[in-house]
Unconditional design. Sequence first.
Lengths: 113, 112
Amino acid sequence: NAGVTQTPKFRILKIGQSMTLQCTQDMNHNYMYWYRQDPGMGLKLIYYSVGAGITDKGEVPNGYNVSRSTTEDFPLRLELAAPSQTSVYFCATMRQGRDYGYTFGSGTRLTVV
Amino acid sequence: QKEVEQDPGPLSVPEGAIVSLNCTYSNSAFQYFMWYRQYSRKGPELLMYTYSSGNKEDGRFTAQVDKSSKYISLFIRDSQPSDSATYLCAMSAEAAGNKLTFGGGTRVLVKP
């Protein structure tokens, strides 16, 4: 049971390049989230999804796009990378009910130069 | 004003001391209150969650929620050097898609 898997773990991008951060979960959770964490700061929500085919913006969506074609996968797309997008990106899922809680992936550390 | 406020620390305590962490918030719709521990270069790890007001205890950890004051706390008893980490409070509301709103995190250092 892998939980939440994020790839890649590290990436260096040049300004203006694009990339996709991958997130896959094997827990069959409907709710999935993308957060970014800047140094010494808490996490800020970029996008989230309440199920396959449904996505919505979070607090800081500009410069990002997402899709959710399956329950398992929730990729985050960066178009035209900017230095302000240098951050650590975390994907998370949420389980409802008695075992309410969130499971985070190990993160993708992105540097834009 | 941020929706969730948390003292950034750092908080330095000797081994065996009680660590006291807290957060204040402004959104009265929050229902779930969580504490996460985050080690350097790792993802957040859920420590405890509480639904609505009240206390919850799990081993050396005690979480308290006072919704009337919009104030939550985490206490760590008999602190160990392995408790050195950043502690993040987070809150959510079902009506808002269960999106987590985080505090900025408090760095804790437990000295042997």
